[in-house]
Design a protein around this ligand. Structure first.
Ligand code: NAD
Length: 518
């Protein structure tokens, strides 16, 4: 592990701990910062050494109820605020995020263990998410004109109502903006329940939105645990939809919890994404992308390419080169600008990731690089490559969610496709080949919501983001987000030329087929 001298980031971290965290984190409900009604709190820790970081209000059903009512009341006016006005406020939020990007990045680093080099970009991306949806707010309600014989049909979109946003601990700031920005642009109000392991930047985001002029109750923040605050949010009758990012199993719980109130759900869940490298690929480019997509963000990213499928003729050489890169990765203090991999979020998650190294050996795979805990303090794990794996092994099927790559050889295209699809998840896939026709063929047959050919994950905001199979339900991005946060309504205006079939006048009524639907 690399040792770090004190940097300006460390000085800022000390100052932010004092000014922002020392007093504890509270809920933000109806425009006020409040404690839990039951007065309960919980403690978070920094992954660098697991020392206490913040005391956080622990919400339960009472706090969620208060927040849901505030969101419900605010919805009656927020839905009427013009798109142009919403646009202005969302741009203001983006401005303030940009001004405070360094604070956000430093707080995110000490809260989650993510390296500062990535967190600054993640904060800036958060601002961009608000700008993107700010500019779409004026057109969010737009629909279509669908003329029919005797009728003018037109559609319009209306915000669904107060929505719950439940976010995970990995890159929590960026992910929260990705949900909250389109909800607000659509005219919905929000109750946000961030992950209990990383609540810090959610607090800052609420503060920024308040400062930018979001009316009281339009955005509410309730901290707490999934089984209490999260559950109550998914069950609350005033909450019309749940946008959730997290584990697949939690998605199933939420679906069950929301059944009685018929919640609309949007799920972004786990992944075990394949990156397929054919012998004809640009191998230098492929190597960079493979290494980046598993070891960046500590491997704690849903789109990480955690299974690399390599054609057998290049398998040994390519895995040797990945192993060499993995050994050179700088693991260390997340606040050091040179650090590439920081500590994992929590001791429990660290233990989970470490447990896969013994499992790999038991299953007959080889630990070709890494495979161990680093140091005695904090949750540091060495960037790891597991070779000689078969697709049926647990290291090939389960989401490890750490800096751990499983390498599997394949013979030909048919086998590569079979292996790539033989997993319960279907979030993202990556493909490296110079054969254009194969690239199209393979990309179309890959069971994944998103496919990148000859590239790592490069996100373009208008495009749909989301997974199939056990990786999710629904898509984010562009107009797709509005499909979730809004109801589409059809209005049919008779032009006066249509005659209704007459009942109660005797004789056989002539009924047109268009009159007997539903
Ligand atoms: P998690 O499912 O444990 O928790 C996510 C959130 O759900 C937290 O806020 C938690 O408090 C809450 N929660 C837990 N139980 C709940 C319940 N019964 N009812 C309501 N809320 C509940 O996930 P995590 O460990 O925080 O995050 C990591 C997971 O997120 C990984 O599986 C990762 O792949 C996934 N993820 C997916 C995407 C995507 O776009 N597909 C993006 C980021 C992360």
């Amino acid at each position: 592990m690399t040792q770090t001298a004190s940097t300006p980031n460390h000085a800022l971290a000390t100052q932010l701990r004092e000014s922002r965290l020392k007093a504890g984190l509270r809920h933000f409900i109806g425009g006020e910062w409040v404690d839990s009604q039951g007065g309960e709190t919980f403690q978070t820790h920094t992954p660098t050494d697991n020392s206490p970081l913040a005391t956080v209000a622990s919400g339960d059903a009472r706090d969620i109820d208060r927040a849901a009512r505030a969101a419900h009341d605010a919805f009656q006016t927020w839905r009427e605020v013009s798109g142009a006005e919403r646009r202005k406020i969302l741009h203001k939020i983006a401005d303030l995020i940009e001004v405070r990007a360094q604070d956000i990045a430093v707080l995110e680093s000490i809260d989650t263990g993510q390296a500062i080099r990535f967190m600054k970009s993640a904060a800036v991306r958060g601002a961009e998410n608000f700008r993107f949806y700010a500019d779409r707010a004026p057109g969010a309600a737009d629909g279509q004109s669908l003329p029919a014989p005797g009728f003018l049909n037109y559609t319009l979109r209306q915000p669904i109502g107060p929505v719950g946003v439940i976010t995970p601990w990995n890159t929590p700031f960026m992910l929260s903006t990705w949900k909250i920005a389109p909800a607000l642009a659509a005219g919905c109000t929000v109750v946000h329940k961030p992950a209990e392991w990383s609540p810090v930047t959610a607090t800052l985001l609420a503060e920024i939105m308040d400062e930018a002029g979001i009316p009281q109750g339009v955005v509410n923040l309730v901290h707490g645990f999934g089984e209490t605050a999260g559950r109550a949010l998914t069950e609350h009758p005033l909450i019309k939809a749940i946008a959730f990012v997290g584990e697949t199993v939690t998605g199933s719980h939420i679906m069950r919890q929301g059944a009685d109130t018929l919640k609309r759900v949007h799920f972004e869940l786990g992944g075990k994404n394949p990156v397929v490298v054919f012998e004809d690929a640009d191998l230098e480019g492929a190597l960079d992308a493979v290494v980046f997509m598993i070891y960046s963000l500590n491997g704690e990213r849903c789109t990480s390419s955690s299974r690399v499928l390599i054609q057998e003729g290049i398998y040994d050489e390519f895995t040797a080169r990945i192993a060499e890169r993995a050994r050179n990765i700088r693991v260390g203090d997340p606040l050091d600008p040179n650090t590439e991999v920081g500590p994992l979020i929590h001791p429990r998650h660290c233990e989970k990731v470490l447990s896969y190294f013994d499992r790999a050996r038991e299953e007959g795979a080889t630990v070709a690089a890494g495979g161990e805990r680093i140091g005695t303090e904090g949750n540091y794990v060495s960037p790891t490559l597991l070779t000689g794996a078969r697709n049926e092994m647990r290291i090939s099927q389960e989401e490890i969610f750490g800096p751990v790559l499983t390498a599997i050889p394949f013979r030909d295209e048919a086998e590569a496709l079979a292996l790539a699809n033989d997993v319960k998840y279907g979030l993202a896939g990556y493909l490296w080949t110079r054969d254009l026709t194969r690239a199209h063929r393979f990309a179309q047959a890959l069971e994944a919501g998103m496919v990148w050919v000859n590239s790592e994950n490069v996100r373009h905001l208008p495009t749909p983001f989301g997974g199939m199979k056990a990786s999710g339900i629904g898509r984010d991005g562009g107009d797709y987000s509005f499909d979730f946060y809004m109801e589409t309504k059809n209005i049919a205006i008779s032009l006066g030329t249509h005659k209704t079939a007459r009942l109660g006048v005797g004789g056989p009524a002539k009924v047109d087929k268009s009159e007997v639907e539903g």
